[in-house]
Design a protein around this ligand. Structure first.
Ligand code: VGL
Ligand code: ZN
Length: 350
């Protein structure tokens, strides 16, 4: 590739930058280079290169296969071209959200018991320190205007099924790998039930209205924030902030997100591989563009933390440092993974 072509690309880049933000007509016209009133795949690729850029105005690499799949979502009549009519949905349902996302943050279980109480993550296999995330989370909350702010609280009754202290209170199913007498903290047993319930055992923690269940004292709690209490049913544990582990009842988080027209959900807190991971998995399956802020999480076990990360990446969420978040929330840093995920969600809705 000669230098003139490189230069051409550079000039293109500057005029394209405005084109994806100005308006539907201007955008279509700017990328319809051959002026045939259609966007072909090549023209759509140029559009995507203008769309998916980091905060420093560099284009992200876009997976070829993903690009083609996105194109097909908007090429409704499947003729290999996106016409002006097809572009209406491409603009309204996709580009507009990518350029101007509506973001919420979910701060998961930053409670005393996980930081210095009965389920102190420093004493878990990964030996991490939960207190270290308080400052970076406060920084985010001070710097960024999220459209909605949620704090979840693990909020158990004293007879909760997850407490090792209660392992003898419920019958164990015959398929359980471990008996009640032999069960230790972190083991998984199977309780009798219809269906039988798999349950990991934890020390008694986050008992309703106890000190251990309070949010960490230094954590900034925004005035308009919504608190979500979970794990209140004595017989069913609840890791995700969306649903209990049996998916029998939801917490209203999804309803709040919908009411606020949230497109992007930023997740952080404790513990990375338990409640944070379950929340991220549900955010993805509910169709939210999902961002895990890794430096604002601490976990229980290194291997399952890695598995959590791979689950998020495998479902086209992103894992970022909180440093990247201001530019993402403002719509200046636009990740192709999240654009692909949104297109696939739109495809499912049809
Ligand atoms: C959690 C274990 C038990 C969490 C809650 O918040 O990650 N972990 N209950
Ligand atoms: Zn719990």
């Amino acid at each position: 590739m000669g230098s003139t072509e490189k230069e051409g690309l550079f000039i293109d880049r500057d005029c394209n930058y405005a084109a994806v933000t100005q308006g539907m007509e201007a955008c279509f016209t700017a990328f319809d280079k051959d002026c045939d009133d259609n966007l072909n795949l090549k023209e759509f690729e140029t559009l995507c290169r203008a769309l998916f850029r980091d905060g420093k105005d560099e284009s992200y690499d876009i997976d070829r296969n993903h690009l083609e799949q996105i194109f097909q979502v908007f090429d409704k009549n499947n003729n290999g071209l996106i016409d002006r009519e097809e572009f209406v949905s491409c603009w309204n349902d996709w580009i507009k959200i990518i350029v101007k996302p509506v973001s919420a943050i979910v701060v998961v279980d930053v409670q005393n018991d996980f930081i210095s109480g009965s389920l102190d993550v420093r004493k878990c296999p990964a030996s991490q320190n939960g207190e270290e995330i308080v400052d970076p989370i406060n920084n985010l909350l001070e710097k960024i205007q999220f459209e909605a702010i949620f704090y979840s609280l693990d909020w158990h009754p004293i007879d909760h099924v997850s407490f090792i202290e209660n392992v003898h209170s419920r019958p164990i199913h015959e398929s359980s790998p471990i008996s009640a007498d032999n069960a230790k903290v972190f083991d998984t047993v199977i309780f009798d039930g219809d269906p039988p319930i798999k349950q990991r055992l934890w020390p008694k923690h986050c008992v309703q209205n106890s000190w251990g269940a309070e949010l960490h004292n230094n954590l900034k709690v925004a005035e308009n924030a919504i608190k979500i209490y979970k794990g209140t049913n004595p017989d069913i544990d609840s890791y995700s902030v969306f649903w209990d582990n049996m998916k029998l009842s939801d917490t209203k988080l999804d309803a709040h997100l919908r009411a606020n027209k949230i497109t992007d959900v930023y997740i952080c807190g404790l513990a990375y591989d338990v409640c944070v991971g379950a929340t991220a998995a549900d955010a993805l399956s509910s169709g939210y563009r999902t961002i895990l802020m890794e430096d604002c999480c601490r976990g229980v076990d290194l291997l399952s933390m890695e598995q959590t990360k791979q689950h998020v990446l495998g479902n086209h969420g992103v894992v970022v440092s909180s440093k990247e978040v201001p530019e993402m929330v403002s719509g200046n840093n636009r990740r192709p993974e999240l654009g692909y995920q949104l297109a696939m969600t739109l495809k499912k809705k049809k």
